[in-house]
Design a protein around this ligand. Structure first.
Ligand code: TXA
Ligand code: MG
Length: 506
């Protein structure tokens, strides 16, 4: 089949004759891909079972996955659904035209071929001038899934549709780049409490503001992996790029350092060539990755995280990268919509990046910096191979310089740990950089460092960082005999080994 390309332009609309030709293809049972504000759709006459069958065939899509009917005017709704619940009236009034799809009981005229055998039907009125003109001209409700081959990212450019469907459909309307970049929110209004089946640009909060209580399909919240999603399409592993993809979640500067370290390791070890590694980021941090194929998914500042996500995933495929490392784009305005797509692309492969990972200086903080602080300082120095790390100890109550507790020196010597002479030094916030890890002996000290000194990150108690409880204190063996000091030494050493492992330090 020869696919015809026509152009729709924001200012000038369709070329003369094009719109009528597109509408005729639909009425004659053919397929036309068209732009909407979310993603491109692959349209056919939604009341014609043969047209729906053609859509499934062109996409290579399982036919139990129902299609969305697109309408140009609200008054078309009553012809294709059995009844319109009150909540739906309100939602249509508020959000149509727009990126919201609603599920209704279907009218008899809607064939099961369109609804994947269900008695319900999905309906949406898009907010895209070209789409609305096309839908109006078609005169019938247009069934349209996203215009991609099943399993590939949804198309956000006509070029993506061409990649997947050229030669398989009658026409592609090229309307340039879409506005949102991911699919509409789906709400089931047949339920007593309207339920979100797919997250999107219209958030739960926005819905609740106009209709009150709104539930989430438990499958979206991943309460249990066996939970079957109510939107059949959500069960498929969508949007997956060919390369294995991992998401890194945490503070952005930590995530950037982590990804760069990972890439450096992969390249140095010879596991991957630089061009085999893909990095997914936003405009704001793209320049911070010196090695790898860097692709952006949108801009955090402009609030377009996710707009180019699908394009980025397709580009990684075209670049033949073997591995993708990605930032996470949690954006409160769009709630979970972008993260939901990202996680699917990454097969739920998410790594939490802790800010302490990039630290290069450790300060052990104790009360007077005479006993526990110095003891931990020297033990930690002795168990680290990596001498680049700067390890020190400071006290919170240091009025004058005092030499280290003699018994600590004895214990360290007994264990063959070299320790230079030292005197107590006061904790000084000036010594704390972005890459400093502060480890206190007890919880009260942690609170003091956070509150009195205004430190915001990388402050832990020794037990907490070792993976034990945050409020578990280490008491100094003051006044105790040699055995008490020995016990304290053993306790700290065990915790420090755990910390070393957790930090992945050598
Ligand atoms: O933004 C969008 O919604 C785009 C544009 C083209 O409008 N369309 C789109 O269609 O994303 P599609 O087919 O890729 O996704 C439709 C989703 C699928 O997950 C499907 O299972 C669900 O809607 N769906 C359709 N009818 C349903 C029904 N009766 N009950 C439950 N889920 C339904
Ligand atoms: Mg789709």
């Amino acid at each position: 089949m020869n696919t015809k390309y026509i152009i729709w332009n924001e200012e000038t609309g369709f070329e003369p004759g094009d719109l009528e030709e597109a509408a005729q293809i639909i009425r004659r049972g053919g397929l036309v891909a068209f732009p909407t504000e979310t993603v491109y759709g692959l349209g056919g006459n939604g009341l014609d079972p043969l047209a729906s069958k053609k859509i499934y065939a062109a996409k290579g899509r399982p036919s139990d996955n129902p299609l969305i009917l697109h309408i140009a005017e609200k008054k078309q709704l009553k012809d294709i659904v059995k009844d319109i619940p009150e909540a739906a009236e309100v939602l249509a009034e508020t959000f149509w035209p727009g990126p919201l799809t609603m599920i209704f009981q279907k009218a008899d005229c809607v064939p099961y071929e369109t609804t994947g055998g269900l008695d319900t039907v999905a309906v949406r009125m898009p907010e895209h001038k070209g789409a609305l003109d096309f839908l109006k001209a078609a005169e019938v409700p247009v069934a349209a899934p996203s215009a991609n081959t099943s399993g590939r990212p949804s198309p956000t450019l006509a070029g993506h549709v061409k990649e997947d469907l050229d030669g398989k459909i009658d026409m592609i309307i090229d309307g340039g780049e879409v506005g949102i970049g991911f699919e509409s929110t789906i709400v089931d209004v047949t339920e007593e409490v309207p339920t979100i089946l797919r997250t999107g640009f219209i958030t739960r909060k926005m819905l609740q503001e106009v209709i009150g209580e709104v539930k989430m399909d438990p499958a979206l919240l991943q309460v249990s992996p066996e939970q079957k999603p109510k939107a059949p399409g959500m069960k498929y592993r969508h949007y997956a790029p060919k390369a294995e993809m991992t998401l890194y979640q945490g503070e952005i500067q930590d995530v950037i350092s982590h990804i760069n370290r990972q890439v450096a390791q992969d390249v140095e070890s010879g596991r991957f060539l630089p061009e085999e590694i893909g990095i997914l980021t936003t405009t704001e941090s793209a320049s911070r990755y010196p090695v790898g194929q860097v692709v952006t998914a949108g801009s955090r500042e402009e609030d377009t995280e996710g707009k180019y996500l699908y394009d980025a995933l397709r580009r990684f495929d075209a670049l033949h990268v073997k591995k993708i490392l990605s930032e996470t784009f949690y954006d409160s305005a769009k709630e979970e919509a972008v993260m939901n797509r990202l996680k699917k692309a990454a097969g739920q492969n998410v790594v939490q990046v802790e800010s302490y990972e990039s630290c290069n200086r450790v300060i052990f903080v104790s009360k007077d910096n005479i006993t526990l602080g110095p003891m931990n300082e020297w033990i930690f120095k002795s168990i680290l191979m990596d001498k680049e790390k700067e390890i020190m100890s400071r006290g919170l109550v240091v009025l004058f310089e005092e030499p280290r507790n003699m018994k600590v020196t004895d214990i360290l010597m007994n264990h063959g740990i070299p320790c230079e002479e030292q005197v107590s030094l006061a904790f000084d916030p000036e010594e704390v950089t972005e890459e400093t890890l502060i480890i206190t002996m007890n919880f009260a000290e942690k609170v003091k460092v956070l509150e009195d000194y205004g430190m915001e990150r990388n402050v832990y108690t020794l037990r907490e960082l070792a993976g034990e409880e945050e409020e578990g204190d280490i008491d100094p063996p003051l006044g105790g005999d040699e055995e008490a000091y020995e016990a304290s030494y053993t306790e700290c050493k065990e915790l420090l080994y755990k910390i070393k492992k957790k930090l992945q330090w050598r």
